[in-house]
Design a protein around this ligand. Structure first.
Ligand code: ADP
Ligand code: MG
Length: 228
């Protein structure tokens, strides 16, 4: 296994809308080492979510290369992209994106259905992850019966249940109050330090970015400064 989990070379993404187009990314070079915790910061509209979606295989670049774990994603077909998403990447979103009719345990176990994991093992793994994020007492709660912070913990457990090499989080504290947001960032930091999870977290909040090993700044679709 390579020490580099994510590498993008000259990454570009142009969104076309009728006669006009938006150059959301204009040649982004990014490298993330195994076990590294990187914050991607920048003003609204600077291209942060676009980078995350491309790295996660939810979207395709207009130009440039994306390498994940030594494999070129930008050259993959749809089937390979889907496999990449399921096997190598976990996603956490600002809005949690839990299924309202399912319990916490069922939400976390859901991604394993696609992998053909037997039900008993799915439940056991879901419980293990929910315990890890501090929700052992909330297995049968539904999303509406959980606080925002608890819902985000469920979402993190779900993102990790398939043992991804990389966790991508887009404004994970954006819908949480400051105290709860800090708790979520502490949890992500623990997962990074104790389990070597590689993390790419998008935020516009400097307090959130302060948890990362390294900060990458985006402006108008370009990386314009490294620090940390
Ligand atoms: N699906 C889309 N269609 C057209 N334009 C888009 C689309 N998604 C994003 N954009 C534009 O691309 C730029 C970057 O967006 P985004 O990556 O969402 O920025 P950020 O996450 O930093 O706020 C913005 O100008 C935005 O309006
Ligand atoms: Mg965004």
């Amino acid at each position: 296994m390579s020490d580099v989990v994510v590498r993008t070379v000259g990454l570009a993404r142009r969104y076309k809308m009728g006669d006009t187009s938006v150059d959301a990314l204009q040649g982004v070079d990014l490298e993330i080492g195994r076990g590294e915790f990187v914050a991607l910061v920048g003003p609204s509209g600077s291209g942060k979510s676009t980078v995350l979606n491309l790295v996660g295989g939810l979207d395709r670049p207009t130009a440039g290369e994306i390498w994940i774990d030594g494999k070129e994603l930008s050259a993959s077909d749809e089937k390979a992209l889907t496999r990449h998403r399921r096997q190598h990447v976990g996603f956490v979103f600002q809005s949690f994106n839990l299924l309202p009719r399912l319990t916490a345990e069922e939400n976390v176990a859901l991604p394993l259905m696609f992998g053909g994991v037997p039900e008993k093992e799915r439940r056991a793994r879901a419980r293990e992850l929910l315990e890890r994020v501090g929700l052992a007492e909330r297995l049968t709660h539904r999303p509406t019966q959980l606080s925002g912070g608890e819902q985000q913990r469920v979402a993190i457990a779900r993102a990790l249940v398939g043992h991804p090499a990389l966790l991508l989080a887009d404004e994970p504290t954006g819908n949480l109050d400051t105290t709860t947001g800090v708790e979520i960032m502490r949890l992500l930091k623990e997962l990074n330090q104790e389990h070597g999870l590689t993390l790419l977290v998008v935020t516009h909040d400097p307090e959130v970015a302060a948890f990362a090993d390294r900060v990458v700044r985006l402006r108008d679709g370009q990386v314009n400064g490294l620090n940390g």
